[in-house]
Design a protein around this ligand. Structure first.
Ligand SMILES: *Cc1c(COP(=O)(O)O)cnc(C)c1O
Length: 405
């Protein structure tokens, strides 16, 4: 009897997530399940929290994963801090900015948005000016917009939020573990990561971190829930049970007050992914992502393809290229997956059909994958009749690797 489904293919995944899980992570997932109140499990939780603080570059005590995909973490943070009527400013520069808006609006926030054309990011001054006008309680923003491949500089905005006493919440789902991210130094009050992107772990957990400013607010709302504070006229309770961070944070202490049943096997996976990051070193890991991202870009440019958007703020882990004239975007992806077993991504919204997004994240971010995607893309584009420079892409990438050995 076979225990593996051999009809499921092994792919080379070069999308902005989910990407290939590190084989060490997959092995860790088959560690025997133990009870969530087993003293040995407490050790697993503590080690994971310590490793997460390293990846988030933070001293925040409250640093743990929430069970669910990345947006579960976003939802947990937003619904735990936003009360009906709270002013929330969301500068949007791609699809995931709309996700922040969508979640915040369900929390009853009074939402103020700023919007940029897809392919651009904000100047800090633009966000600051709007903050002065709106005086928001929360500013929520995406760090790396996988929908456009662009990355928002955060430090100056974070510092201004601190000055204005606004809480700064950042979606670092696509960047943590692959691109420099400094929670404390950049004055970020709460940040959320994703496992299936640069952490090279399957999807299913949302690591997050928040500081005392956030915790104070959450505890105030918890007191109301317990009837300790007199605010009966106005129901300020956190509306979600599953995403109530005041309860989840109690579960992640030595008291371990029961909340949900922890996703044991996912926690083994996350811990292993984070151990790999610590072994590699976070700076070295970011350099690796930068390095292979550059090799990929060199290859694509040599092929004659055009990069999308303003390159000044390009995410090193996502490369967005324009579809050449007369080429069917979806057909190319189909050939890549059917003939070469390589997956790249199409796009959403205004970019749908016009660009491809190539990810180079986590375990997928390695030389053999970069060379494979370049060679397969070249062959596929030729096959579909595109006018490209034959043979140039691989030579450019190989030259880049030889030069930077
Ligand atoms: C992938 C992604 C998300 C959504 O994550 P899910 O795990 O699908 O919930 C959110 N924000 C950004 C920037 C992403 O790239």
């Amino acid at each position: 009897m076979s225990y593996t489904d051999l009809s499921t293919p092994i792919r080379t995944i070069m999308t902005p997530g989910p990407v290939e899980a590190d084989p060490r992570v997959l092995r860790a997932m088959s560690t025997p399940v133990i009870g969530q109140f087993d003293p040995e499990f407490l050790k697993v939780m503590n080690e994971t929290m310590a490793l997460l603080r390293y990846s988030f570059q933070t001293d925040n005590h409250r640093t743990f994963p929430v069970d669910g995909t990345s947006r579960a973490g976003i939802e947990a943070v937003l619904c735990s801090i936003i009360e009906p009527g709270d002013k929330v400013l969301i500068p949007i520069f791609g699809r995931f900015g709309y996700l922040l808006t969508e979640i915040a609006s369900r929390c009853g926030a009074e939402i103020h948005t700023l919007e940029k054309d897809w392919g651009e990011v904000f100047y800090p001054e633009e966000v600051k000016a709007e903050m002065k006008k709106v005086n928001p309680k929360v500013v929520a923003m995406v760090h790396g917009e996988t929908s456009t491949g662009k990355m928002q500089p955060l430090k100056e905005i974070g510092q201004f939020c601190r000055e204005q006493d606004a809480l700064f919440v950042v979606d670092a789902v696509a960047t943590l573990g692959g691109v420099e991210f400094k929670t404390d130094e950049w004055c970020i009050d709460a940040a959320i990561a994703g496992t299936q992107k640069c952490l090279a772990v399957p999807s299913g957990m949302a690591p997050l971190t928040y500081n005392d400013r956030v915790e104070e607010l959450i505890l105030e709302r918890k007191d109301i829930e317990r009837g300790l504070a007199d605010d009966s006229a106005n129901d300020r309770r956190i509306q979600s049970n599953y995403f109530d961070l005041s309860q989840i944070q109690d579960y992640w202490t030595t008291d371990r007050l029961n909340h949900h049943t922890e996703a044991t096997s996912m926690l083994y996976a996350l811990r292993e992914g984070l151990r790999i990051i610590q072994e590699e070193g976070i700076e070295q890991r970011c350099e690796r992502h930068q390095f292979h991202g550059e090799a990929l870009m060199e290859g694509l440019k040599a092929m004659g393809l055009e990069l999308f958007g303003n390159q000044e703020n390009k995410m090193p882990v996502v490369t967005v290229i324009k579809v050449p004239e007369g080429i069917d975007e979806a057909q190319v992806r189909q050939t890549l997956i059917n003939e070469f077993s390589i997956e790249i991504a199409g796009a959403f919204g205004p970019l749908k059909g016009n660009v491809w997004r190539i990810g180079s994240m986590g375990f997928s971010c390695r030389k053999s994958n970069i060379l494979q995607v370049l060679s397969a893309l070249e062959a596929t584009l030729l096959y579909h009749g595109a006018d490209i420079n034959c043979g140039a892409a691989l030579q450019a990438a190989l030259a880049f690797y030889a030069e930077h050995k």
